[in-house]
Ligand binder design. Structure first.
Ligand SMILES: C[S@@+](CC[C@H](N)C(=O)[O-])C[C@H]1O[C@@H](n2cnc3c(N)ncnc32)[C@H](O)[C@@H]1O
Length: 402
């Protein structure tokens, strides 16, 4: 099934128009309107149970649900994105202006410096703004009131991008020659003013529960299963696509400057907790699911740019299979699971992640499963011709029913 409705909604852009949702631009996110449309189309009622997103990222699903009055649960492994999503979902009282005015009058040069993060590119990212950024961070760390401190720190993290020489680009950071970094202090003040206004404008009706960690580990906890078994009415999420992009690399500025990662070993640990969608982790030796054997057979005879790709794909689907089995236990009868995913290709062979997930859904007890094609994935027409089953290069919604 094809649907034009979802074409624009599988990316984050439209969130720029929405209070709270627009605080941080997460390229891999989807639109709050996608969540609203899914809730409407699938007739999910507030009293039916929780809305859950096990890959909650910047919190689009939980924020959309909680504004609409649905109870929701999110799980996110990246501590920066977890923090951001939590702060986006708080109702604040109006005590920020005094502090903001104090900040505006502050002589930043007189503040002490916080430590330079051990990230090797710290200086390259901010050059002559680095010290000012570290002084502002130190000032925020000393704010006594917890709510103020967290909102200010969130605005600080959301301001780093515009003040840096780097640009988030696919699998990491690039340094475009034409990028002119903005003055950090101005971006920070503008963000804070916007955040404060947004929290006044849009109230959170039902505060979501957001957990930080590897979703497979969290869903495996007996207490979690006992509490939420048959209690989820809709699980809506977008896992990292099997495209080798490592989000811990894309968000490394925020991870290090937010002190979420202090040593390179912390980064390695974090990567090992993420879904096997990239090559920067140690893979387990797991069995190959029969659903992916035909694709593995096709690509293993091709020359791939990394020997780890096959192992990544084997682990990716192995983990998604376990996840679907856990979700099936948690989702209530007639409840739904909607997975927003893009397919990938290796050695000119398309890997139809959506089809494979649909089949894994059936294996794990979901029925009446179908795929809605939201849009074709862009690649050059020359490349297109070379790819076996190129019609599979698409981004889709996989809809599963319990
Ligand atoms: C495509 S993004 C989701 C974006 C989200 N829909 C939004 O709009 O902000 C996928 C997220 O899954 C997270 N993730 C990857 N592996 C995970 C795991 N094992 N457990 C929990 N979250 C994970 C990534 O850090 C990333 O934030």
């Amino acid at each position: 099934m094809k649907s034009n409705k979802y074409k624009r909604l599988v990316n984050f852009d439209t969130n720029q128009n929405y209070p709270r949702h627009s605080w941080f631009d997460i390229k891999e996110g989807y639109s709050t309107d996608l969540v609203k449309n899914v809730l409407l189309d699938l007739k999910i009622k507030k009293q039916d149970g929780y809305i859950m997103d096990p890959f909650s990222g910047s919190g689009t699903s939980v924020l959309a649900s909680s504004i609409l009055g649905y109870q929701s649960i999110g799980i996110e492994v990246n501590p920066f994105l977890y923090f951001l999503s939590k702060i986006k979902c708080v109702n604040y009282s109006n005590k920020f202006y005094l502090l903001l005015n104090n900040f505006k009058k502050l002589d930043i040069k007189k503040q002490s410096l916080s430590e330079v993060p051990k990230l090797s590119i710290s200086k390259k990212l901010f050059k002559n703004q680095l010290n000012e950024i570290l002084r502002i961070k130190n000032w925020i760390k000393q704010i006594k009131d917890k709510n103020c401190k967290e909102l200010f720190f969130c605005a600080y993290l959301c301001s780093l991008d515009k003040a840096s020489f780097a640009k988030k680009d696919g699998n990491g950071l690039k340094y475009p020659k034409n990028k002119v970094p903005l003055k950090f202090k101005n971006v920070f003040v503008n963000n804070l003013e916007k955040f404060i206004e947004d929290t006044k404008k849009v109230k959170i009706d039902k505060k979501p529960l957001i957990f930080q960690g590897n979703n497979l580990q969290i869903l495996n906890q007996r207490s979690f299963e006992k509490k939420y078994r048959n209690k989820i009415s809709l699980c809506v999420f977008s896992p990292p696509y099997a495209n080798c992009f490592d989000y811990t690399e894309v968000y490394k500025t925020e991870l290090w400057f937010g002190d979420f990662v202090k040593e390179y070993k912390d980064l390695r640990n974090l990567r090992n907790k993420t879904l096997s969608s990239h090559l920067n982790k140690t893979f387990a030796d797991v069995k190959i699911l029969k659903e992916i054997i035909p694709y593995i057979d096709k690509i293993k005879i091709k020359k791939l740019w990394s020997k780890k790709i096959i192992n990544m794909l084997i682990n990716y689907f192995y983990e998604m299979d376990i996840l679907l089995s856990k979700l099936n236990t948690l989702i209530r009868k007639n409840g739904k699971c909607v997975i927003v995913v893009g397919n990938s290709s290796y050695g000119n062979v398309a890997i139809p992640t959506d089809e494979i997930l649909k089949n894994l859904g059936r294996k794990n007890g979901f029925k009446n499963n179908y795929i809605i094609q939201a849009r074709k994935l862009g690649t050059s027409s020359q490349q297109y011709k070379k790819i076996d089953n190129s019609n599979m290069l698409r981004e889709s919604l996989v809809v599963l029913s319990k």
